[in-house]
Design a binder for this molecule. Sequence first.
Ligand code: AVI
Length: 321
Amino acid sequence: MTVSHTSPTLSTFADDVVQHLSGERPRLNSKWFYDEQGNTLFQSIMQTQEYYLTDAEKEIYGSCGKDLLRYLDRQPFDLIELGAGDGTKTQHLIERLLAEKARFAYRPIDLNGSALEELSELINFRWPKLDFEPIQADYFEALNRLGNSSGGRRRLLLFPGANIGNYTPGEAVDMLKRLRQFLAPGDMLLTGFDLKKDPAVILAAYNDAAGYTAAFNLNLLTRINRELKADFVLDCWRHWETYDPVTGAAKSYLIPIEPQTVHIGAAGRSFNFRAWQPVEVEISQKYSLREIEGMADAAGFEFVRHFQDSQQYFTDSLWRV
Ligand code: AVI
């Protein structure tokens, strides 16, 4: 199975970095974390004992298949997955769906071509007869390609992994509204949300003892140095995590321990950083069940139900159009 490739251009990356660093509070966009090294580090994070999110969703995917089919009236459907990665988790859902004799086509979407290649190998090995077509693209570009009809078949859109948490709550509702436009009455959306819980558990998940999260965040500066010909002095930057239990925002910062002027060659721009001036690099928003139900309404969906893991750390929330 070949994966159709499209990559972000250098100028898109440079423009985005310059725009985010130019604000009054300098930031970087976490969507650029995922170069080859970033993907490897993210795999390591998911295997740490502190990062509970992956196992929680695996548990949910391993047990919600039968109920999902009931909500789809056991009719044939298209399973479209946004940010599929290498399918480590989704294979548990596919296994359950096939055990229930579900009839579906699987359309995973991801920007990461090598993860999709691995997913293709996995699917071809385990279920060679599954109607399967991976798409390497940005979510909306891929959904545009698929069009907003599946020829009368229902759509179950999967948005796994708490990826929605990497948007602010306002951006998340806008994103969900946009997804809604690709769905027709009767179609469903299953989104993974990380839940508000003991702040110590959340902070530990983004501050693992082995240092993978710190390396993952710092790798963004390495990527900017390499791809945009910049000169961040890596040794002078520290990873810092915060969690606000009121707003539910876990935020990652990179903080310079001494003043630095960084030149970004590809953009022809320089930026001055004061010592201890934080650069926000990621939000990982946590929600309550009630907040999620409100988001369904705000984005124009009907809330159907939550599927939670046994620790009640995480929910995959099912909504209908
Ligand atoms: C991909 N995303 C849902 C992860 C998260 O939990 O926000 C990214 C991550 N950042 C640090 N650890 C994991």
